[in-house]
Design a protein around this ligand. Sequence first.
Ligand SMILES: [Zn+2]
Ligand SMILES: [Zn+2]
Length: 142
Amino acid sequence: MTTTRGTCLCGDLRFEATLPTKWVAHCHCTLCQRAHGAPVVTWVGFEAAQVQIHDAQARLQWYASTPGAERGFCARCGTTLFFRSIRWPGELHIVRSNFDAPVDRDPQVHVHYDTHAPWLVLGYDGLARKPAPADQETGTSE
Ligand SMILES: [Zn+2]
Ligand SMILES: [Zn+2]
C-alpha cells in the first residue's frame, strides 16, 4: 500500500495521495459539525505535496471558515473534502469518509472534545479525548 484515493459524492472531484499519512483524528469542533452536518468528522493529515487533486470540471471551491483556514468542497454535490490552515503549513487534511481505498492507520485521538455533540454517545475506544485542537506531541488536530 503506497497510495490511496477518494472522491466527493458526485465523483467529479477526485484525489490521490501518497502514503504515509501524518495522522488521523476525530474532530468534534463546532465548525466541522456545521460544515459536514455531522456530530464528528474524522480527518486524515497529509503533507500537501503528497496529494494530487483531479478536478477536470473545476468543481473545487474553498470557503474561508475562519481567518487563515479554508474548507474545500465540490461545487456540484456540496461534499466537503479538504481543510488547510496557516496553523498547519504545508498540510492538507482530507475527510476519512471520502476515501475509497485503505488508509495506513486508524484514528489516533479525539480533538475539540469539549464541544462534542451530547446527543451522540460514543463507546470507549481507548483514544484520548482532548479539549484542545493542536497537540504538540502528536501533531494531530483540526
Ligand atoms: Zn462532487
Ligand atoms: Zn473540526
